[in-house]
Ligand binder design. Structure first.
Ligand SMILES: Cc1ncc(COP(=O)(O)O)c(C=O)c1O
Length: 387
């Protein structure tokens, strides 16, 4: 007798994780691989925060916290909004989550019904559409391109057959690194407010920008849900901690969901989260390294034949249009991995329409790795016919 597997569980894989597995298999067989596939800091939690966590370990029983997190953490995040953006976000609108990934589940469950339609850009972070699908919400993909910096606009929304129930934006975005300019963001947030569209703003790459201003939706709309995380700028990826800024009408439903689904985010990570806001020097040194890495790739990727690059205003990604050099990005990425020893991610992870034409390079690693990857890619291109 076959026992069913729920259809909601049959979501596509997160391709970058499959690339990581293939790269690990090559490494286990003795090959040297340079990792430009994964989007995580190669640095750990800053020193002072690590020290603080060590002290807490000996002192605190680390039981459950409130579902919304330690009050001291919510207070500290609230202060962060004032200090960083000049925006008042009361601590009782902050909700700590198990990474932003846990935040998405709570945000989507509390804001959308099964059958709702939620618009989002393609290319975009794949988990948005896969989580929505598993919850019975229909992702309405908007094909965006270089002309709008790979970001959705009001005019895209107006062209949909009917206005959606929600809109997800990421700025800086994964995989393109592009930022929504402040005026456009204001227009988008105002349009969503006026038309009953719940805006979900993924701000996980805030803090990692290169000359552009990342705007928080918390300063533009009281109905928007803001999603953020300690995984990127704060360099605490494995600690699985994030937060939401929650509109007042969603706070209680979201709290009840969190109590039942997760009880609370990890207590030890929350203590680290409180301390990490005071580690600016180390965190800014990380950003300076990303800036150097970005400069290396923007200068050297064209020498390797990758010439059509998205602006990379922020985050740690360069999204390259490879359609002039290859027909199929997944095949190209496999060849680059196996023949040149450089792991990259095909655009198909981010975009079911045009992803086969793109490759994402992550520059979260060391500067030496960026140089080495370009040296390998250049040598490989010189001796390889791709088409
Ligand atoms: C745009 C974006 N949002 C959310 C996440 C999830 O991050 P976490 O769950 O570690 O906060 C990622 C991870 O790469 C991401 O790129």
């Amino acid at each position: 007798m076959t026992i069913k597997v729920a259809k909601r569980a049959l979501v596509p894989p997160f391709i970058v994780m499959d690339v990581m597995r293939a790269a690990a298999a090559l490494e286990a067989a003795g090959r040297s691989i340079v990792h430009l596939e994964v989007g995580q800091p190669s640095t750990g939690i800053p020193q002072a925060a690590a020290k603080r966590v060590g002290k807490i370990l000996g002192e605190d029983p680390l039981g459950y916290t409130l579902a919304s997190g330690l009050p001291a953490l919510c207070d500290r995040i609230s202060r962060h909004y004032l200090e960083t953006y000049g925006v008042v976000v009361p601590a009782d609108r902050i909700f700590a989550t198990t990474g932003s990934s846990g935040g998405f589940v709570l945000a989507f469950l509390s804001a959308f019904e099964a059958g709702d339609r939620v618009a989002l850009a393609a290319p975009g972070y794949p988990a948005y559409r896969h989580i929505l699908t598993s919850l019975g919400v229909t992702p309405e993909l908007i094909a965006v391109g270089a002309s709008t910096r790979y970001q959705p606009t009001v005019s895209h929304l107006k062209k949909l057959p009917r206005l959606p129930d929600g809109l997800i934006v990421g700025s800086p975005a994964n995989p393109t690194g592009t930022v929504i300019p402040p005026d456009e963001f204001r227009e988008l947030a105002g349009f969503c407010d006026r038309n009953g569209i719940r805006l979900v703003s993924d701000e996980i790459y805030h803090g990692i920008t290169f000359g552009s201003t990342a705007t928080t939706a918390a300063g533009l709309s009281d109905t928007a849900i803001v999603v953020n995380s300690f995984s990127k700028y704060f360099s605490m990826t494995g600690w699985r901690l994030g937060w939401l800024v929650v509109p007042p009408d969603l706070m209680r439903p979201l709290e009840c969901l969190a109590q039942n689904l997760f009880i609370a985010p990890p207590a030890i990570s929350q203590h680290g989260g409180i301390a990490v806001f005071d580690c600016r020097e180390e965190l800014e040194a990380n950003v300076a390294r990303y800036a150097r890495n970005r400069e290396v790739l923007l200068r050297r990727l064209p020498e390797c034949g990758f010439e059509r690059l998205a602006p990379a205003d922020g985050a740690f990604y360069i999204y390259a249009d490879v359609s002039d050099i290859a027909e199929d990005a997944p095949t190209l990425c496999t060849r680059i991995l196996t023949e040149a020893g450089v792991a990259t991610t095909p655009g198909t992870d981010f975009d079911p329409f045009s992803g086969h034409r793109f490759v994402r390079f992550s520059f979260a690693g060391t500067t030496a790795d960026m140089e080495e990857a370009c040296t390998r890619l250049k040598a490989w291109r010189a001796q390889t016919a791709i088409r």
